[in-house]
Design a protein around this ligand. Structure first.
Ligand SMILES: Cc1cc2nc3c(=O)[nH]c(=O)nc-3n(C[C@H](O)[C@H](O)[C@H](O)COP(=O)(O)OP(=O)(O)OC[C@H]3O[C@@H](n4cnc5c(N)ncnc54)[C@H](O)[C@@H]3O)c2cc1C
Length: 380
């Protein structure tokens, strides 16, 4: 069993929860309405050490692991899933490859910048296909001084807020995974621009945009890892980040559940509280059970990763179950709130919109099932 929190983890959760309750919960709905990224709050998170908690201590991080990252993600998601996405991408998946494959100079520059409050992006997806990386059209060619990149990445979280990120391009578009390399890119270089900003269903305080590369010239030292190892670097990062998306779904579901319990005790129907009606009790029982199962799967996978286990199957299971359970929990929460669950004044309406994409990004549920089945069949 891999889910008992240590004293350090419990204290960290309490500190993040206190910050979330005082600095995020009162404002999160307004940030969504205004579609505004809360820069002041982000900087406070960096000062508190939350942004860098899972980054190496020698570059300004906290030296913690995936469990601490998941705790922070879960707690942020209880109030603002959009901010949590900025976090799990900007301080998680975008930095994973840099920490693992970066040169000393790359780690020193980019990990330090992230820990001190800059936001990063991870640009893999293109219009032709997010699940099938073999369709990648963004290409690079060698120049005298380095590389030139051309292409458009779609659906990139932190597209507006980020100052740098990791981008994947192929030397031989049309030849599948072969020839794909990873690069670290500062967004202010000539030829790089932010394209279309998507109008999303939820998570509106965090931007999702295109990143457009038009003969974008990068120095030789911007390549991340070995040439041709891009897909490997991307998949390793996604495998490790899945559990953070599970934690995000868990946080959204926990918030929807808490609201449902409160409402079921307060709201009267037919002369009694909703919570005294068996139909509502059964919904609450299902929600409670799924939430607990999602929590166990998530923190079990996170602790396996912290022990050095790749935990590909466990992370995929955690993401698959937690995100789909969160969908059912948010659905029930809206149902318990009745008509009020469908209007913007109640938070469960927002939670149900914010949850949906957790079943899609960083690998859809179908891709998680594929990953789990491959691991299981290999084991037998
Ligand atoms: C809000 C948001 C933020 C995002 N942030 C980022 C980001 O920061 N960086 C980034 O690179 N990307 C990001 N994405 C992209 C996201 O990862 C992709 O949308 C996702 O991987 C799915 O790709 P797709 O949309 O092209 O769907 P497709 O790959 O076209 O899939 C469509 C449907 O077909 C199914 N399908 C496809 N192939 C198979 C198969 N072999 N077996 C079974 N079913 C299959 C899928 O599961 C899905 O149901 C983001 C997306 C959104 C919506």
């Amino acid at each position: 069993m891999h889910f008992e929190h240590t004293e350090e983890e419990r204290l960290f959760r309490a500190a993040v929860r206190e910050f979330v309750q005082s600095e995020i919960s009162p404002h999160a709905a307004r940030w969504e309405e205004e579609e505004r990224f809360p820069w002041d709050t982000w900087r406070q998170l960096a000062e508190l050490g939350v942004c860098g908690v899972a980054l190496p201590a020698e570059y300004g991080g906290g030296g913690g692991g995936k469990t601490l990252m998941c705790i922070a993600t879960e707690e942020l998601s209880r109030a603002s899933a959009g901010l949590a996405t900025a976090y799990l991408v900007g301080c998680g998946i975008a930095l994973d490859g840099i920490c693992k494959h970066g040169t000393e100079a790359q780690k020193k520059e980019y990990v330090t910048r992230c820990a001190s409050g800059e936001v990063a992006f991870f640009a893999l997806t293109e219009a032709a296909g997010g699940s099938d990386l073999g369709t990648m059209q963004t290409r690079y060619r060698e120049t005298d001084s380095g590389y030139s990149l051309t292409g458009t990445k779609t659906f990139i979280s932190n597209g507006e807020e980020s100052s740098f990120g990791v981008v994947f391009a192929s030397k031989k578009p049309g030849e599948g995974h072969r020839g794909v390399s990873a690069f670290i890119l500062n967004k202010d270089i000539p030829g790089c621009s932010v394209g279309k900003k998507e109008k999303k269903t939820g998570q509106l305080c965090s931007s999702t945009t295109e990143i457009v590369l038009d003969d974008c010239v990068l120095p030789r030292e911007s390549m991340l890892g070995k040439e041709g190892h891009g897909v490997r670097i991307a998949l390793e990062a996604i495998d490790k980040s899945r559990v953070a998306v599970a934690a995000q779904a868990l946080g959204i579901a926990a918030a929807a559940y808490d609201e449902s319990i409160r409402y079921a005790k307060e709201r009267q129907a037919f002369g009694k509280a909703l919570g005294q009606l068996q139909t509502i009790q059964w919904m609450i029982a299902d929600m409670s059970t799924e939430l607990e199962a999602a929590r166990l799967l998530t923190y079990s996978a996170a602790s396996l990763i912290d022990e050095g286990n790749p935990a590909i199957r466990e992370s995929a299971m955690a993401k698959l179950f937690a995100t789909e359970a969160a969908g059912r929990i948010c659905h029930n929460a809206v149902q318990i709130f009745g008509g009020y669950g469908y209007i913007r004044e109640t938070p469960v309406e927002r939670f149900s919109r914010d949850q949906r994409v957790t079943e899609i990004y960083e690998g859809t549920s179908e891709m998680q099932r594929w990953a789990i089945a491959r691991q299981v069949l290999k084991m037998k």
